[in-house]
Design a protein around this ligand. Structure first.
Ligand code: ADP
Ligand code: MG
Length: 191
């Protein structure tokens, strides 16, 4: 499904020396299953995920997506990859606090001009153990529940890949385990 070949990335910040965040990375990913990327803070994990997810660009090497080189990808090719194939989950949830669970999930599709019906959202909420929470506002939820809404929001796009950057980083170990168990279950049918 996904293959990284000799990927390198250097950041050039204005007032400091260049930082080589990724140095010649080679990795292959299957169509499904769970993959963990471990490393100390600053070792390049987020950079790697952002590049794999098409949120940032590599300097050297190539990423092969479904047997297609991304070397010739235009911005719009990355946009469509990101919008259709990948769902993102972040440590700080990135939800809109004043909106309901349902509205947050719906927004993920609104932005692409797509609609979703209540039934489908209810089905997804069942998958993340949040049955009946559709009308709750985000600021009335616990951290673990918020992260499960974020997973639901990723799922509504029916992505083949879910990328999660420290998804349990803000959670206590018990709710972190719940979130990991949901991701584990989802990884039976996707990457
Ligand atoms: P991790 O997620 O493993 O903590 P990052 O990928 O965030 O690591 O960072 C890798 C390195 O790249 C670090 O040295 C960090 O300071 C640097 N870095 C990350 N993002 C930027 C950026 N936008 N501009 C300049 N340097 C960056
Ligand atoms: Mg990081």
């Amino acid at each position: 499904m996904l293959k990284l070949q000799n990927i390198s990335k250097t950041y050039h910040a204005k007032k400091s020396a260049p930082v080589k965040a990724l140095n010649d990375i080679n990795l292959s990913f299957n169509n499904k299953g769970m993959v963990f990327i471990l490393g100390k803070s600053g070792s390049g994990k987020s950079t790697l995920l952002n590049i794999i997810g098409g949120l940032d660009q590599y300097d050297q090497g190539d990423i092969i997506i479904k047997n297609k080189s991304t070397k010739a990808f235009k911005q719009r090719d990355f946009d469509s990859y990101r919008n259709t194939l990948v769902g993102f989950v972040f440590q700080e949830y990135n939800l809109l606090d004043d909106l309901s669970v349902f509205e947050n999930i719906r927004l993920a599709l609104d932005l692409q001009g797509l609609t979703v019906d209540q039934k489908e959202v209810e089905h997804i909420l069942l998958d993340v153990d949040l049955e009946g929470y559709g009308d709750r506002r985000i600021n009335e939820l616990s951290g673990g529940q918020k992260q499960r809404v974020a997973i639901a929001r990723a799922l509504v796009k029916k992505p083949e890949i879910i990328m999660a950057d420290e998804p349990t980083g803000a959670l206590d170990s018990e709710t972190g385990t719940q979130v990991l168990n949901i991701l584990k279950k989802l990884s039976e049918t996707r990457l």
